[in-house]
Design a protein around this ligand. Sequence first.
Ligand SMILES: NC(=O)c1ccc[n+]([C@@H]2O[C@H](COP(=O)([O-])OP(=O)(O)OC[C@H]3O[C@@H](n4cnc5c(N)ncnc54)[C@H](OP(=O)(O)O)[C@@H]3O)[C@@H](O)[C@H]2O)c1
Length: 318
Amino acid sequence: VRTTTLGGAKAGVIGLGCMSMSFAYTTGRRDDREAVAVIHAALEAGANLIDTADVYGPFANECLVGRALATTELAASALVATKVGLLAPTRDGQDPRPDGRPDHLRAAVAASLRRLGLDCLDICFLHRVDPAVPLAESWGALAEAVAAGLVRWIGLSEVTVAQLDLAHRIHPVAVVENELSLFSRGPLADVAPWCAAHGAGLIAYAPLGRGMLTGHYRSRELFGAGDRRARLPRFAAGAFERNLAIVGRLGDIARRHGATPAQVALAWVLAQGDHIVAIPGTKRLAFLAENLAAAGLGLPPSCLLELDSLGEPVGARK
Ligand SMILES: NC(=O)c1ccc[n+]([C@@H]2O[C@H](COP(=O)([O-])OP(=O)(O)OC[C@H]3O[C@@H](n4cnc5c(N)ncnc54)[C@H](OP(=O)(O)O)[C@@H]3O)[C@@H](O)[C@H]2O)c1
């Protein structure tokens, strides 16, 4: 896997999103043994950015990543990114809610280190800016964790350029993690150029449109009641079918290039900048292998143009 720089470290341009191993998408099986094998296989292939968060589970996903790291000789090559500052829902159907109070963040960093079995987090994100807490206070708490040697690089997730400017004046923003895919191109207008101009890496989360762009999900029936996607506007009845039509056109393009829709979707994300790392999420070895192969898929400019004009999906992304 080709590499780029995140913080001061080398990262494969395809990393691994671990969320669906324990949280949010309950479709299909949950198999911790295969999930650990997926993390090991990613590291073996050089897809060394391993993305988790304390809220995934909650906590179970960090414990799983910690077990995977403890059982491979490749642990030292991993770039472990976790996120703090979101609290798990207390009821089904609720979304996680932000908690950016410095005391909470300090305790959360210490707890993430314990669960992951690490002395120092490679990357720690403020998962969401808490509207009830000045960003300078939340960011300041993460900067203190860097000064204390508990975290190497800090980043922000789901942020605006104004928030990035504010944070960067206090402590360098090393990495940004925003949703970026053929179905969510917003960051290309402002956040991606900001990252390039400030030497920050950009992690594209949900690069497969939460699975939609793979062509694997042909029916809404595939999302069980506990699957968060069933509540997202793009997956709602009506919107889902219209979005499938766009995925059909993506499939036609992929066939012409001897690739799968997921690979073309990932190659498009990577073509948007050398500072971008895509983190497709999967808990399955077969999907991981398919996704990793996208790093070697060069798409000609005419194909990128065609993908640029695929059309906007129906329904908001969240
Ligand atoms: N910073 C944030 O706020 C934030 C928010 C959301 C996600 N994330 C991170 O970003 C990562 C990726 O995002 P995501 O998981 O939401 O969306 P995604 O990567 O766009 O899609 C993941 C979904 O696609 C399926 N999939 C993956 N590869 C496939 C393939 N080759 N063929 C068919 N299906 C495939 C997965 O299935 P299986 O799970 O069954 O393998 C999963 O259901 C997460 O794991 C998480 O680490 C961050």
